[in-house]
Write a new protein. Structure first.
Length: 140
């Protein structure tokens, strides 16, 4: 796996609202190659593990409940400068602050239910990709 990957999830709110297709089209349209993808559902335990860095934050319980409330799409994306470019494509955590045209501006409803996840560093992208996918499930 090269350094130019990021990890994303289409969160339960966006899946429920029927936005999978539109979000994947935005991702492909922005030049990202999907090198791994699955439609899956996190248990509360797995969601808690994934977001363990936020354990001390006041919204941790809500976040874990939300992320395990329905199916998600998990994917690994490849592109030069993947992590930063993807954060730009998804927009600010709070959709009210997200730039026009970003995925969160288009599809998120609140700071908690914000449609998509994007890894925040190359290291976390690799850790998060390995959390969801075996090496044999990624194809460049
Ligand atoms: P991100 O990197 O933009 O996803 O933002 P953070 O790493 O700060 O937060 C992780 C996730 O926790 C966000 O994407 C939201 O789903 C959730 N979150 C962040 N802040 C809040 C909040 O104030 N309330 C709730 N309910 N969820 C939040």
């Amino acid at each position: 796996m090269s350094g130019n990957i990021t990890f994303t999830m289409i969160k339960p709110d966006a899946v429920k609202a029927g936005h999978i297709g539109n979000i994947l089209a935005k991702i492909n349209g922005a030049g990202f190659q999907i090198i791994a993808m699955k439609y899956t559902k996190l248990s509360a335990e797995k969601a808690g593990e994934f977001y363990a860095v936020h354990k001390e934050r006041p919204f941790y319980g809500e976040l874990v409940e939300f992320m395990s409330s329905g199916p998600i799409v998990a994917a690994v994306l490849k592109k030069e400068n993947a992590v930063a470019d993807f954060r730009e494509l998804i927009g600010a955590t709070n959709p009210a602050e997200a730039k026009e045209g970003t995925i969160r501006a288009l599809y998120a409803t609140s700071i908690g239910e914000n449609a998509v996840h994007g890894a925040d560093s190359d290291e976390n992208a690799r850790i998060e990709a390995s959390f969801h996918f075996a090496g044999t499930e990624m194809f460049e």
